[in-house]
Design a protein around this ligand. Structure first.
Ligand code: 3EB
Length: 321
């Protein structure tokens, strides 16, 4: 991992991780992780790890980190990069809650000193509940676009994934920078923000990846699934979906290297992947796919999660370089 931001999965006591002066953020996963901590740099996402005890995800910056809270936002910054997080109760309307969260984020970015969101994660309960345009993911997309308004110069790389904990709380966390990044699209896929009407009244507001303008940052890869053009391929077929997802990741990395040739040419030891898997029973196929494509020891984490299209069984996001 690069010098300005080092992302890792590691097993150590939370207090020891948070004691490190360059620690920008620590993310825990699943019921075994501490639910919360007084430290604004810690966040738990309630997705269960499928590979035994989940490690913590750690983000280390380049220097001493200051942390605090501004309104609803927890944040931490090192002079170049900022981690920020917010949790919003849905209060019965996921679109309204998402709109309020993103509007608050736009206001926060205007005063935070780190106005450029490079990468953002969104987690909420029961993402495919509801029918047609009432589906919660589609309502989320409506709220996100309304809340963003004109407040984002370009779309960040993103993940939007469903929990299944019954807690109607939208969790958002992000990496922001002082300098803008470059949004990238995937040559095998229609830009999500140009998806046709059949996927909902509001196309999703994200780029497939961000190439940071800040030197020394990895490529930030959005949630990537078995989507080619705009269509789901291989509905309900895990091995084929994994192969297509890796083909999409490979195409994205190849495209990013046209812009930034210093990036490693293939996913590997310099990448960090997170796999969101709908069915626990598919873990062996995921392990086999990872083993076939990555060197032993390449960091990955498999989480039990709901993908935002019902026919998608798996999605992968990560960092590269
Ligand atoms: C897709 O390719 C899969 O709405 O922020 C992936 C990453 C997906 C991010 C989002 C959705 C989002 O359309 C879904």
């Amino acid at each position: 991992m690069s010098a300005a931001l080092r992302v890792a999965y590691e097993r150590a006591p939370l207090a020891d991780l948070l004691a490190q002066p360059d620690m920008l953020a620590v993310i825990g996963f699943g019921a075994a992780a501490p639910a919360s901590h007084g430290d604004p740099r810690y966040l738990r996402v309630d997705l269960e790890p499928l590979d035994g005890d989940a490690p913590f995800e750690t983000w280390r910056g380049a220097g001493d980190v200051a942390a605090g809270r501004t309104g609803a936002f927890a944040h931490a910054e090192d002079g170049r990069l900022q981690f920020a997080a917010v949790e919003v109760e849905e209060g019965g309307d996921v679109a309204a809650a998402t709109e309020a969260a993103y509007a608050a984020l736009v206001d926060f970015l205007a005063v935070s000193g780190y106005p450029h969101v490079l990468r953002i994660w969104n987690y909420f309960d029961a993402i495919t509940e509801g029918e047609d345009d009432g589906e919660r993911y589609r309502r989320f997309c409506v709220g996100r676009a309304r809340g963003m308004g004109e407040g984002f110069a370009s779309f960040p790389a993103a993940t939007a994934i469903g929990r299944r904990d019954g807690r109607r709380v939208l969790q958002i966390y992000l990496l922001a920078a002082r300098e803008p990044g470059t949004p990238l699209e995937n040559p095998r896929q229609v830009a999500a923000w140009r998806y046709p009407r059949q996927y909902g009244p509001q196309s999703p507001s994200f780029a497939r990846a961000t190439l940071a303008g800040t030197p020394g940052l990895p490529l930030m890869i959005s949630g990537t699934a078995s989507v080619v053009g705009h269509e789901t391929l291989h509905a309900e077929r895990i091995e084929a979906q994994l192969a297509e997802t890796f083909a999409n990741l490979d195409a994205l990395v190849a495209h990013a290297r046209e812009v930034s040739p210093r990036l490693p040419s293939a996913l590997g030891a310099d990448s960090l992947l997170k796999v969101y898997l709908r069915h626990r029973a598919h873990l062996p196929q995921v392990r086999a796919a990872l083993a076939a494509r990555l060197p032993a020891g390449a960091p990955s984490l498999v989480l039990h999660a709901e993908v935002c299209r019902r026919d998608l069984l798996v999605e992968i996001d990560g960092f590269h370089g």
